[in-house]
Design a protein around this ligand. Structure first.
Ligand code: NAD
Length: 494
């Protein structure tokens, strides 16, 4: 079954309008064909969206909605996503070359995210704090105003929802800038937001280059918060801009996450988890378990089994139900990954499997790359330090707990970690000692919208998801309400 592509218009302040900016081409990299070309947002388009967002957000009809009333919009958006899941996931597969199964899972997660933040909104209490005088004290939360959400191409509908749902629930207007490689799905989500009846102006989707559209949003004085997911160098640049404005910014950035296999683990369970952790999404995942440490006593046998299991993975077309490792998002990105593997060879790395494009009919025009395992490198080598963002795993031996904690933490990133052992006390010791926003014990890459997510160090700052995810889009305010009826004594008046 196929579905039509959107008509190429942008969603600017609640109206569908043809962009006046540079052209953007979405490609289906699995086949090396063009999906569609659209005109991205111009400076005028962005300013117009901001203008309309300001008016819509300030309208008491939105600002003063009671939580249970505002939540109904989120529930309707969730229903709209679920009702259109086949179409949305098909478009997401075309836009990013993700397998159908992965695209369907991301769409389901986007619906769940809107539903969850509707529920969080309805059930969040304002706090009566302990008074220390003749007044009532309480802590309340106001919307920030205008939120810019900037998202990457690797899981667009899920990352859009992760920002838009809590930001709208909190009473803001949202200006979303998707990545130029994946504009389609964000525009389709805007259709659903519109059909849910969200008042005009509160939601805009502004595809365009980061340097023009992204920067303009971040620098604009009316934008009160930026929620960014993307690469570390971009995030660092945006943090500087935010610092100048003294504007809150949340940064979900890259990773080089360690996965640690102890000699007392269930090896079959570990191998299945490691494969999923690094090779699902073709490794284009911030939390990919891309640095594998295996205890020396089992290193040779375990790595041989891992290589054998990797070679059994099905690399193929995203629309083939048997596919486990699909095409990469774009041929340019495949070339970047390929260059990293060349550099690893130059560093002295031994390619245990992969290290090449797959050969044969069906692969010729696509941006495919074989799942690759590299050994023989030190944790300090470039291949082991930098995020490759592709199906490339580096494997290293370790001796004991202290050794592996030191190597895990000897990296700029701090996003995730996987631990494989039957000794839970040991796993908990490591879970607390390793710098990471998320630790998985005997599992990997499992997600729950009710559990906070984020990174430390070069992996970013701030947390998304969970009940506190709503508060990240609000301004906290404390109110003191006198009930003594008496003038303050300091003035000695009247
Ligand atoms: P990127 O940083 O190149 O782009 C991300 C977004 O920022 C895009 O929309 C881009 O257009 C925009 N952008 C680029 N320059 C900008 C600027 N100067 N001002 C404003 N916006 C700008 O990242 P990418 O290549 O699209 O995505 C891959 C990266 O995202 C990887 O590093 C990956 O680890 C990271 N990521 C992190 C998470 C997480 O939750 N931690 C999740 C997914 C992806």
């Amino acid at each position: 079954m196929t579905f039509p592509f959107p008509d190429g218009r942008l969603f600017i302040g609640g109206e569908w309008e043809t962009g006046r900016g540079a052209e953007i081409t979405s490609v289906f990299a699995a086949e090396g064909v063009e999906n569609m070309t659209l005109a991205g947002a111009s400076r005028e388009d962005v300013l117009s969206a901001i203008d309309r967002a300001r008016t819509a957000q300030a309208d008491p009809a939105w600002r003063n909605l009671k939580p249970h009333e505002r939540a109904t919009y989120l529930y309707r958006i969730a229903e709209g996503i679920s009702a259109n899941s086949e179409r949305l996931s098909w478009l997401q597969s075309r836009d990013t070359s993700k397998s159908r199964a992965e695209a369907r899972a991301l769409v389901a997660s986007a619906a769940a995210t809107f539903r969850y933040f509707g529920a969080v909104l309805e059930t969040s209490d304002e706090l009566l704090t302990a008074p220390r005088g003749d007044y009532l004290t309480c802590s309340v939360h106001d919307p920030i105003g205008l939120v810019a959400a900037i998202t990457p191409w690797n899981s667009p509908i899920a990352s859009d929802a992760q920002k838009a749902a809590p930001a709208l629930a909190a009473g803001n207007a949202v200006l979303l800038k998707p990545a130029s490689w994946s504009p389609i799905i964000s525009l389709e989500l805007a259709r659903i937001v519109e059909e849910a009846g969200l008042p005009k102006g509160l939601y805009s989707v502004l595809p365009g280059s980061g340097r023009e559209v992204g920067n303009l949003l971040v620098e604009h004085p009316d934008i009160g918060k930026v929620s960014f997911t993307g690469g570390t160098s971009t995030g660092r640049h945006l943090a500087h801009v935010a610092a100048e404005k003294l504007m809150p910014i949340s940064l979900e950035l890259g990773g080089k996450s360690p996965t640690i296999v102890f000699d007392d683990c269930d090896e079959d369970q570990a191998i299945a988890g490691i494969l999923f952790g690094i090779f699902s999404s073709t490794g284009q995942s911030c939390i990919a378990g891309s640095r594998l440490f295996v205890q020396r006593s089992i290193y040779d046998r375990f790595v041989a089994r891992l290589v054998e299991a990797t070679e059994a993975l099905k690399v193929g077309h995203p629309f083939d139900a048997a596919t486990q490792v699909s095409s990469m998002v774009h041929a340019d990105h495949r070339d970047t990954v390929e260059a990293y593997v060349r550099a690893a060879r130059d560093e002295g790395g031994e390619i245990l499997t992969g290290g090449a494009r797959p050969q044969g009919a069906g692969y010729d025009d696509g941006a495919y790359y074989m799942p690759t395992i590299i050994a023989g490198l030190a944790n300090t080598d470039r291949t082991c330090r930098e995020e490759i963002f592709g199906p490339v795993l580096v494997v290293m031996p370790f001796d004991d707990e202290a050794d592996v904690i030191a190597m895990s933490n000897d990296n700029d990133y701090g996003l995730a970690c996987g631990l494989w052992s039957r000794d839970h006390a040991k796993c908990w010791r490591l879970a607390r000692a390793i710098r990471a926003g998320t630790v998985w014990i005997n599992t990997y890459k499992q997600f729950s919208i009710s559990t906070p997510f984020g990174g430390d160090g070069a992996s970013g700052m701030g947390r998304e998801k969970g009940r506190a995810g709503l508060r990240a889009y609000q301004r906290q305010k404390s109110i003191y309400d006198d009930h003594s009826g008496q003038p303050l004594p300091w003035a000695r008046w009247p």
